[in-house]
Structure formats: structure tokens, C-alpha cells
Design a protein around this ligand. Sequence first.
Ligand code: SDX
Length: 370
Amino acid sequence: MEHNFAKGLENIVALESSITFIDGEKGILEYRGFDIAELADMSYEQVSYMLIYGRLPDRNELKSFSDELKELRTISDSAFNVIRFCNYNIEAMDALRTTISFMSHCDPDLNDNSPEANIRKGMRMIARFPTVVASFSRTKHGMEELEPDPELSHSANFLYMLRGTRPSELEARILETDFILSADHELNPSTFTARTIASTLSDIHSSVIGGLCALKGPLHGGARMAVMEAIDEIGSVDKVENFVIGKVEKHEKLMGFGHRVYKTYDPRAKVYKKLAKEIAEDRGDMLWFDIAERMEEIAYREFVGKKGKPIYPNVDFYSGVVYKYLDIPSKLATAVFAIGRISGWIAHCLEQYSDNRLIRPRAKFVRSEK
Ligand code: SDX
């Protein structure tokens, strides 16, 4: 029997989902029928509720959902100890993976995989990812961990726990939009990994940890960190041209550019570009934004000239610039992406469990010489 084969599963439809719609030719992205422009005006809590429950919350539902997340932010002393025992040569994604794995052992719903228990476990992870990432970063840099501040929103509290001072309204709103834009993206590699694990009827913590492991890679969420490092390495606008041309000539990847699905401008990158400009202007320092914008121009020109087709920034490009202006260290970038993505992973796992079929593709066997 002949089977379809596409390397990297390119354009293969693996399952049905009602969560996110993407039109890669037109650059359209919707969560649960809401266009990206409408999403950017919502709160992360609202968007997370909608991803998980399939509809927008009313005022009371949103309040109890947000209050519950606030109450769940604190992590146990033993979880803090795991963070403190992490090897500080590792980075935040590894610490997050290890700590979430440890926290799953102590979860009161450990052996309950019912839909209700999975939502409770999901809520704990959404609430605690920021606490773990901020605590790891502070400990790694020799600072005391901070208690969460229940007066602050999800995004403002993360910046407070990371930096030790309350963020401005603009900073909190910009990070909130980042969490929303990062929250879901259909069958991206980390979500596909999480769903594949869920499809074996393994538990939701294991599925999320699988997602984290996939997000870490430089071809996926790891690109955000690489973008920040590239901007530092370039250092000034006049060095951009040589940097980009050098990458193209050596056939090296330009991190933060290109996409498997979008054949036009990633609609999230457009929003991030506006945010990056806004926060750069607010800080009165355009350097990182100007370097990034020049990279975009030169990359476009070089790809059209040498490959006959353009290349556009993806979600990881201007988000990296935004993180620089928010004083988020580059080594934390992928873990901050995960703080946004967790609600999407939870929604996808719930959807997978609700109508499960084991995900098990075939390989095209290629006989090798004996
Ligand atoms: C994310 O899938 C998702 O939805 C993911 C994500 C999400 O929200 O979950 O959007 C998040 O992972 C964004 C992507 C982050 N990764 C990077 O920024 C790494 C750099 N980008 C590339 O490696 C690449 O564009 C990928 C991995 C993102 C996509 O790879 P594909 O689908 O294999 O790329 P392609 O088939 O479109 O590439 C075709 C050509 C190739 O050259 P030719 O063989 O035609 O000569 O374009 C080249 C590629 O080599 N190319 C690049 C490039 N991206 C594509 N060349 C240099 N630099 C790049 N960034």
C-alpha cells in the first residue's frame, strides 16, 4: 500500500482543531474566530479562558478565572528548592522543564486525568510558569526570589517578579500583548509534540513538558533568543548589511526569519514591530529597533536578489526586540515565549483528550546497503 510522504510533514493535515485558524498565503490568524487585531486588545486572562473553554468569558467568569490564577501563582518551598538546586550553567527552559516535572509529583490531581482535573492542572501551570521563570532568573543572578503581587495582572506581575520593580503601564501592556500573540499557533512543533504525547493518553504535565522540550530548539522558540543575541553582536546600524550578507553567502539561517506556513508577512510580526517601535520611542533609544528594521530591509533585498523570493520576519523577530526594551535577558527569551504558549498547549491537550485518536504516522522505509 502506497502512503503519502512529505518531509517534515509539510502541508500534511494531521488532525481537526477548532482552536486556531491560519491562512498562510493571506497572513490571517484567528483564535476561536477572533482576528489577531481583536485579540491584541484583550487581556491574556481573557484569551486563555477563550482558548481553553472555546468562548469568551462574561465579566463574572473572567473575574473568577483571573482571581484563581492570582491565587495559584505561589509555588511551594520545595519547588523553590528545586530551582535553587538547578545547575546555573543551564538556561531557563531546562529549569522550567525540571521544575514543572517536580511540581507535577506534588500536584493534588496527580492521578486524576479527568477533564476537570486537567483544567485544574492546566490552571496551575499557567499561573506558575511566570513564577518559576522569574525565580530561576533572580536566583541565577544572585538575587532573592520575590513573592507574587496579587494586585498586578499576569504580565505586570511577571515583570515585577523578574526585575523587582513594578513595570510601567506601557511595559505591562506590551508584555501582555506578547503573551497573547505567543499563546497559540495551530500545529506548530511544540503543540504537535504536546498533542502527540496526549494522544497516548499520557498525563497533561508530560504533554506540556514535551512541548517545552520542542519549543527550546533554535528552529522554533529558541530563535527568539538568537535574534536578541544577533542584535547585540551587530551593535550598530551600519554593520547590519555585512552581517546579513555574510549569513546569506554562507547559507546560514537568519534567525527570526521565514516560516513553514506563512508565505507572506507573519501577521504577529506586524503587531510586534509596532510594539517594538512604541517602546523604543518611549525609552528614547531607537538603536535596537533601527538595527532590526535594517535587518528586515537587507534580508528582503538579498533574498529577492539571490533566491528570487522574499523573506519576512516571523513571530520571533520583533518579539526579541521588544524583550530587549523590557530588559528581559536574552537567555530567558524562550521561557518567556513558553509563559505565553502554555495556555495554547493546555487548550490543545484538552481538545486532543476530548476526541482522541492515537497519533502514529508512518515512515517511508529506505533500504540501506547490508
Ligand atoms: C516559530 O510553526 C509555527 O507556527 C512556529 C511558530 C509558533 O508560533 O509556534 O510560528 C514559532 O517557530 C517561528 C520560527 C522560528 N525559527 C526561526 O526563526 C529560525 C529561522 N527560520 C528558518 O530556519 C525557517 O524559516 C523555518 C524553520 C522557520 C521554516 O523552515 P522551512 O519550512 O523548512 O523553510 P522553507 O521550506 O520555507 O525554506 C525554503 C528556503 C530554503 O532555501 P532554498 O532551499 O529554497 O534555497 O528558504 C530558506 C531555506 O533554506 N530559508 C532561510 C530561512 N528560512 C528559510 N534561509 C536563511 N534564513 C532563514 N531564516
